[in-house]
Design a binder for this molecule. Structure first.
Ligand SMILES: *[C@@H]1O[C@H](CO)[C@@H](O)[C@H](O)[C@H]1NC(C)=O
Ligand SMILES: *[C@@H]1O[C@H](CO)[C@@H](O)[C@H](O)[C@H]1NC(C)=O
Ligand SMILES: *[C@@H]1O[C@H](CO)[C@@H](O)[C@H](O)[C@H]1NC(C)=O
Ligand SMILES: *[C@@H]1O[C@H](CO)[C@@H](O)[C@H](O)[C@H]1NC(C)=O
Length: 196
């Protein structure tokens, strides 16, 4: 009795099984063994935070303890005194709450900037901003942008971040607060809007 009722079901069962097998091998082949898709919920990424950061950046190139040092250039770099085209500078610039250098240190801008324009003062900026305060301590924001320092307001994209700033995107708007034409030291006000 039992056997006679199975023949109708068995082929369907095998069809379903082979479809499942086909689908699973297809998916496995697509993803290989190294990748799997993950839902944002599973990764505790229900919503993103939008944070506004406001601070002052101190680019000190003069004196006995500069925080930005020129490390490279070509023998024609100095010909173009306007743009210093080709100059490469490594920075470890202080980030403070207020515009004075004595103001509270809240982070540092560590990275490189290079003169990348032949016609105006335009820097390629590649800094990591690391912060020291509270929940932001040790977290970083990475920027990759064009900084035409003689413009009133510039805009540079945030390309990523770490720690609290994981999955960061957004932008930074620097505006020059103070520029000493003798020492070439600068204080720059930053407004940063970051999704993370
Ligand atoms: C995100 O926003 C929530 C709600 O305002 C806040 O409680 C939380 O601390 C924020 N998280 C981060 C990483 O800023
Ligand atoms: C720069 O250096 C290169 C290689 O030493 C040399 O051939 C060239 O003439 C130099 N240019 C100038 C403007 O000094
Ligand atoms: C650039 O400077 C070098 C060395 O000072 C000089 O020989 C050369 O003529 C200058 N080139 C231009 C285009 O001014
Ligand atoms: C930030 O973290 C470092 C290293 O973990 C710690 O030494 C320092 O005291 C922290 N600073 C603040 C302001 O929490």
């Amino acid at each position: 009795m039992a056997n006679s009722s199975f023949p109708n079901i068995t082929p369907i069962f095998f069809i379903i099984l082979s479809i499942k097998f086909f689908l699973s091998t297809h998916v496995t082949a697509q993803n290989g063994a190294f990748a799997r898709s993950l839902s944002p919920e599973e990764f505790r990424l229900k919503s993103k935070n939008l944070t506004h950061l406001h601070f002052y950046f101190h680019d000190v190139v003069s004196g006995r303890n500069p925080t930005a040092v020129r490390v490279a250039g070509t023998n024609t770099t100095n010909n173009n005194t306007l743009t210093d085209f080709g100059a490469v500078v490594v920075m470890d610039d202080a980030l403070t709450v207020g515009p004075e250098s004595s103001s509270k240190l809240i982070g540092r801008a560590q990275g490189i900037y290079a003169s990348a324009s032949q016609t105006e003062v335009g820097f390629l900026m590649v800094p990591n901003y690391v912060f020291f305060e509270g929940i932001y301590n040790g977290s970083t924001i990475s920027i990759l942008g064009r900084n035409t320092i003689l413009s009133t307001v510039r805009e540079m994209p945030i390309v990523g971040g770490s720690g609290i700033f994981r999955f960061a995107s957004g932008y930074a708007q620097p505006r020059t607060y103070k520029f000493d034409t003798t020492t070439l030291d600068a204080v720059v006000e930053y407004n940063v809007y970051v999704y993370h």
